[in-house]
Design a protein around this ligand. Structure first.
Ligand code: ATP
Length: 250
């Protein structure tokens, strides 16, 4: 697809058993895409391969036309990876941390500071900009990690369960930042178990089960697919996953 942010084809990964099975997945440029699936379906494994943190057994990954397996550094420059386990240096303040990360990306100090202050402001961290991260709650650390992932202004933001554990105010700040990024043309892919978030925010939803994409589309398309007009995403999800499990067991 010419305007794809991400094109995955034939992607496979096994640990002691197959976890990702010949996956094909295309995310359009500028799209907000939610990846759903039961525990252990392979979502994190897929995203870790896209982010260049895990080597696929087979398959191709293209990020805005860059072969992410052959030219991992070029791909990483345009990707943000936000894990569900934030890694931030305890002995730095959020501002120092963001300036440090910006330095790794060779962003000049003035731009780095301006971006860092904007991100801290959007995420409600401005009052804590000069406190040590070691004193922060897990939710605050999650927001600092998100800010760190965005400081190089990536074109593709990949997030693994970004809202888990956040209070309502923090979740709203994170959602607003992501929606603003999408409005600015950035592509967002995130996993979530909060179906309401996928329902409200995502333009398209992909359902992963046993390492394969078993359904994909807008909420309306998924509803049509299971043949009921007013169904909630939760019912659609449970229906799809149960049907897939029956198929795998048969
Ligand atoms: N490094 C690893 N070594 C061995 N097995 C692994 C490794 N990483 C993941 N797995 C296994 O791969 C399977 C898929 O895990 P993955 O974390 O991708 O699922 P998930 O869909 O993200 O699940 P959840 O919704 O619970 O986060 C699981 O059975 C998991 O135990």
């Amino acid at each position: 697809m010419p305007n794809a942010a991400l094109e995955i084809s034939g992607l496979s990964k096994s640990f002691d058993k197959p976890v990702v099975n010949a996956l094909d997945l295309t995310i359009r440029s500028g799209e907000f895409y939610a990846l759903l699936g039961p525990n252990g379906a392979g979502k994190t494994t897929i995203l870790r391969m896209v982010a260049g943190l895990l080597r696929p057994d087979e398959g191709a990954i293209s990020v805005f036309g860059i072969d992410a397996r052959k030219d991992a550094i070029a791909a990483k420059k345009i990707i943000a990876w936000v894990s569900d386990e934030p890694m931030v240096y305890d002995r730095l303040t959020p501002l120092e941390y963001l300036e440090f990360v910006a330095g790794l990306w060779q962003i000049d100090a003035t731009t780095a500071k301006a971006r860092a202050l904007d991100l801290l402001d959007w995420l409600g961290l401005a009052p804590h900009a000069n406190a040590l991260c070691g004193s922060f709650s897990k939710g605050m650390l999650q927001k600092v990690a998100l800010a760190g992932a965005l400081v190089h202004e990536p074109r593709l933001i990949i997030l693994d369960e970004p809202l888990t554990g956040l209070d309502a105010g923090s979740a709203r700040q994170v959602k607003d930042v992501l929606l603003n990024k999408v409005r600015g043309g950035v592509t967002v892919i995130m996993t979530t178990h909060i179906l309401e978030v996928a329902e409200r925010m995502a333009e398209r939803i992909g359902v992963i089960s046993n390492g394969r994409l078993i359904a994909e589309g807008s909420l309306a398309e998924l509803r049509n697919r299971i043949g009921r007009g007013n169904t909630s995403l939760e019912e659609i999800f449970l229906d799809l996953v149960q049907t897939d499990a029956q198929g795998v067991a048969a």
